[in-house]
Design a protein around this ligand. Structure first.
Ligand code: KG4
Ligand code: ZN
Length: 345
């Protein structure tokens, strides 16, 4: 079974082809995975500009589809399904991807699959690792921060979510405040390498409180106040603040996952989403998993941030279950993972 996946919900234009045996095979294979990051388009604004993103997707997508097919030495006739992110995300970009996928599916008489972007992150680990359901998922990205039990494709139970900001957004804001550039996550992680993680005592919102919800706005404010007191260009102080911030985020994530594991025990803890690329945070979660006698599994770093392979893979998992979508699927700017809904209300 071979599926094309198209991802255009934010600032990466991405196309991939993945393959797996038709049965319930444990892992898949990536045949092509091309990503165009719109970094140069958005950098001078310090964040993603939706209108610019949509136009850039439109300009690049056809070329990337051709590149992916060429890389895999395949034609449309060799594919069994065409998947695209159907939401949630920036609606202009989602429309570009969905319309392109529908057009390919219609022209070549292939099934179309509208994939929830979050489900793409949620299932991505199964593309490369033999992980069976159920598992506990910590989904940490630029727009989301959630804990869920994953029982299968389309079968999610949300245990907790952020009541204000997403953790990736907090990394991005910290980087911006400290002049480390965009995107913020990797820049903060790099700066933190040479820093003292206990120099700044920052608040740990929700820490040791019951439940599995998150909050990051207080931490964001505390980082801003600490940053305002720094002398300009004090590289060591910036490194120390990044390291202290990262440790604080680690404390909070570990604390929330501890509560989630107590409430919904699972043999595997999976971390996914852009922030899962962070090596320090992975090591903290790994230690938590070991102390609970379970295993931590994370996608390879390059499959943590947005990519087409995760969309193709989620599409393939759905195709195996016969869950395809009609060509009148409407892109969804909002699409909660635990809603169980497939078609726009
Ligand atoms: O999953 P993703 O690519 O896009 C969304 O669906 O939101 O996540 C992007 C987020 C950004 O906020 C980015 O700063 C963060 O993931 N990120 C990281 C790292 N790499 C990306 N955060 C912390 N450490 C990293 N190494
Ligand atoms: Zn994402």
């Amino acid at each position: 079974m071979r599926v094309m996946g198209i991802e255009t919900s934010c600032d990466e234009t991405a196309v991939a082809l993945v393959e797996a045996p038709a049965g319930a095979a444990p892992v898949g294979r990536i045949l092509a995975n091309v990503v165009y990051s719109q970094l140069t388009e958005h950098r001078r604004f310090g964040g993603v500009v939706p209108e610019i993103a949509a136009r850039a997707h439109l300009e690049r997508l056809d070329g990337l589809v051709a590149d992916a097919l060429a890389e895999a030495k395949l034609g449309f006739a060799d594919l069994d399904g065409i998947a695209a992110t159907g939401g949630p995300g920036l609606i202009g970009g989602v429309m570009v991807g969905v319309m392109t996928a529908k057009a390919i599916a219609f022209a070549h008489d292939k099934p179309f699959l509208a994939v929830n972007h979050l489900e793409g992150h949620a299932l991505s680990v199964r593309l490369t690792e033999d992980v069976s359901f159920p598992y506990l998922l910590l989904l940490v990205s630029g727009g989301h921060c959630q804990l869920l039990t994953v029982d299968g494709p389309g079968r999610f139970t949300r245990l907790g979510t952020t009541i204000d900001d997403a953790v990736g957004e907090c990394f991005d804001k910290t980087a911006k405040l400290l002049g480390l550039g965009f995107p913020g996550g990797p820049a903060v992680e790099r700066a933190a390498l040479g820093g003292d993680a206990v120099r700044f005592a920052l608040p740990r919102p929700m820490w040791r409180k019951p439940g599995c919800d998150f909050s990051f706005s207080g931490l964001k404010t505390a980082v801003r106040q600490a940053a305002e007191k720094l002398t300009a260009n004090d590289r060591q102080a910036i490194a120390d603040l990044c390291a202290s911030f990262q440790r604080t985020v680690g404390d909070v994530l570990v604390d929330r996952c501890t509560n989630a594991l107590a409430r919904a025990p699972a043999p595997t803890l999976v971390v996914a989403g852009g922030v899962a690329a962070n090596v320090y945070l992975r090591s903290r979660l790994d230690a938590l998993a070991i102390s609970n006698g379970i295993r931590l599994v994370a996608p390879p770093v390059k499959l943590c941030t947005d990519n087409g392979a995760m969309i193709a893979w989620a599409g393939l998992e759905r195709l195996r279950l016969g869950q395809t979508d009609a060509l009148d699927f409407r892109p969804r700017p909002r699409w909660p993972l635990d809603s169980g809904e497939r078609i726009a209300a």
